[in-house]
Design a protein around this ligand. Structure first.
Ligand code: PBG
Length: 327
């Protein structure tokens, strides 16, 4: 091969210093958000399929929060496990200012004030049917649900959440929450919207963890509100709507199979984007590692840098601690 322009692309990859200078993407603990589950029990209990993730006591959440902060992780995303007697069709426990989630937020804020706290806004941990909103005549009641979600966001913000993260996919909830936060003198609370959340079959370990698995009355799916997995243009439309309603950051969920949505949004909005590697994806990697088919840490770090390459400025992953400690 001796003809101009003498192109040899491998020249850039021959040695570490060449690769260092030409790296397009980097990964650090500061890119990671750790999701945690908190329950009203004294012990921590493992969650099948989710690696190191446990249902944590309040004391356990505080310990994990300290470890995350020490490892350089900037924020936690908190999810409550609500006891069955407290679940009902009106999701009343979602509006309890002394709920397990509110108490956990206060405890972590007191113990590690520098750590960002992201509270999930949705009703599925609190309803006896497991849907993200209220049902009327067997259908999700959009506007009645938005009213409850807005109250829920105010209660969690007052309990210490720095960011509220609506994951319900009702129409108009970002605008309603933003207006309420302004009216209630909480202007600095971030809205991190699950803007493009798909009706994925990869949420099974999560639903088991919060006790919402198999509870839905009627078809066991959320197809009337979450996005069809084949619809990328509709996902972009949804996400841009949340941006226009006042969201500060946008989440695309699940993660790896949906990185094309992250890349598409990158060219359509200046808002920071977050990729959420969900529970089923986490379980797949742990299962592959357990059967000797994947080398856990290198594969995890590869997955994370690919989210960054696609355009995510942060990644939610149940393996954030392992990744941060390895980096
Ligand atoms: C629902 C919610 C779900 C997840 C986060 N929030 C599940 C669902 O929509 O049924 C799943 C996250 C995961 O699987 O890791 N508000």
């Amino acid at each position: 091969m001796k003809t101009a322009p003498y192109t040899r692309d491998r020249r850039l990859r021959l040695t570490p210093w060449r690769r260092a200078l030409t790296a397009e993407t980097s990964l650090s603990p500061a890119d990671l958000i750790l999701p945690v589950f908190v329950h009203d029990e004294a012990e921590n209990t493992p969650i099948p399929g989710l690696g190191q993730a446990h249902r944590l006591s309040i004391k356990g959440v505080v310990e994990v929060a300290k470890a995350a902060h020490k490892a350089g992780i900037p924020a936690l995303a908190l999810f409550p496990v609500v006891k069955h007697p407290l679940k009902n069709s009106a999701a009343t426990e979602a509006l309890n200012a002394d709920s397990i989630l509110c108490r956990a937020l206060k405890a972590v804020k007191d113990a590690v004030p520098e750590l960002g706290l992201i509270a999930d806004i949705a009703l599925d941990p609190y309803t006896d049917h497991g849907h993200d909103g209220l049902l009327e005549n067997g259908q999700l009641a959009n506007d009645a649900t938005v009213d409850v979600l807005t109250q829920q966001a105010l209660i969690l913000a007052r309990a210490g959440a720095d960011a509220v993260a609506p994951s319900d996919m009702m129409d108009g909830r970002v605008a309603s929450i933003r207006a309420a936060l302004e009216a209630e003198s909480l202007p600095d609370t971030l809205i991190i919207s699950y803007a493009a959340k798909f009706a994925s079959r990869l949420y099974t370990p999560f639903r088991g963890a919060v006790g919402a698995g198999g509870l839905q009355a009627g078809p066991p799916d959320k197809l009337s509100y979450q996005l069809p997995p084949g619809n990328g243009r509709e996902a972009v439309k949804e996400a841009l709507r949340d941006a226009a309603e006042g969201a500060d950051m946008l989440i695309v969920k699940p993660g790896l199979p949906y990185l094309d949505i992250v890349a598409a949004l990158k060219s359509r909005t200046e808002l920071p984007l977050i990729s959420y590697i969900v529970s089923g994806e986490c379980a797949m990697l742990h299962a592959a590692a357990a059967m000797g088919a994947a080398d856990f840490l290198p594969v995890l770090l590869e997955q994370l840098i690919c989210c960054k390459r696609a355009g995510a400025s942060a990644i939610i992953t149940y393996d954030a601690l392992a990744a941060a400690q390895a980096l």
